[in-house]
Design a protein around this ligand. Structure first.
Ligand code: HEM
Ligand code: HEM
Length: 205
């Protein structure tokens, strides 16, 4: 009798998955309700801020594939991977690949700039957590332009992010979106168990 097929290991932990889909939800909520400044917009914006701050901490204390040290690479490797993706020779990564990693960092920075400038605008109107700080005296129209630009720039990044996810999934014939829902991914067959730092290899953790 054949042994039952093993479930793939969990690569994206539950907190990271909750972070991801909540971030996507609250970003669009803030974006779509931009006219409801005192209500939905600012509340969704604060939630985005807290989520991004959580992710920054999780990048230092989370499980292996959540760690920045697991996926942040020098810019040269990002360029090389981009070329390899184009020629369909890019190596599969169980965690984030170098291009995905660069996109994630850019997204997080862009989200922080958007949230920060939003809070500055609020401070200028006499409310929010930055109200009694120096930012309240900054030139309002400049901050407003930055807020508008960075929120639209983030939207462009998100479109590129989703296209990149679909493209990478196509090249490596795997469903990355499903993996971000279940957390499960097949172990990297190019890296057999001879890698001692592969604690989950062949195990259901
Ligand atoms: C709604 C459509 C979206 C889909 C289908 C999607 C899909 C994915 C997938 C599959 C990954 C994992 C990539 C990998 O395998 O390396 C990922 C990661 C990520 N996505 Fe999205 N995403 C979406 C929207 C968003 C939005 C709106 C944001 C930001 C506001 C976002 C930010 C991120 C971040 C920060 C990560 C890195 C996860 C981590 O390590 O923390 N995504 N996304
Ligand atoms: C990170 C998520 C956020 C996104 C995606 C976002 C997006 C936007 C967008 C698209 C606009 C309209 C820009 C325009 O056409 O003029 C806007 C305006 C505004 N946002 Fe945000 N925002 C975010 C966070 C925040 C936060 C956290 C606050 C404050 C607590 C805030 C306060 C404001 C204010 C006061 C305006 C009105 C600016 C004006 O007078 O035109 N935003 N935001």
């Amino acid at each position: 009798m054949n042994a039952p097929a093993k479930k793939p290991p969990v690569v994206w932990d539950p907190l990271l998955r909750t972070f991801h889909w909540s971030l996507a939800f609250f970003f669009f909520l803030a974006y779509l309700f931009e006219s409801d400044k005192l209500g939905m917009h600012s509340h969704a914006g604060y939630t985005v801020t807290l989520l991004v701050l959580f992710r920054l901490v999780w990048g230092f204390i989370g499980p292996r594939h959540a760690l920045f040290t697991d996926f942040v690479t020098p810019p040269g490797q990002v360029y090389t991977y981009l070329r390899q993706l184009f020629y369909r020779t890019a190596k599969r990564h169980v965690g984030h690949n170098p291009v995905g990693a660069a996109m994630i960092l850019t997204l997080l920075v862009s989200l922080l700039i958007t949230a920060f400038t939003g809070m500055c605008l609020f401070a200028m109107e006499g409310s929010g957590p930055l109200v009694n700080t120096l930012v309240a005296s900054w030139p309002g129209h400049v901050v407003e332009d930055i807020h508008e630009f960075s929120s639209n720039f983030t939207l462009v990044l998100i479109i590129v992010h989703v296209v990149g996810v679909l493209l990478t999934g196509l090249v490596h014939k795997e469903n990355l979106i499903k993996a971000m829902i279940t957390g499960e991914k097949q172990p990297d067959l190019d890296f057999p168990a001879n890698r001692p730092d592969e604690p989950y290899h062949g195990q259901n953790t």
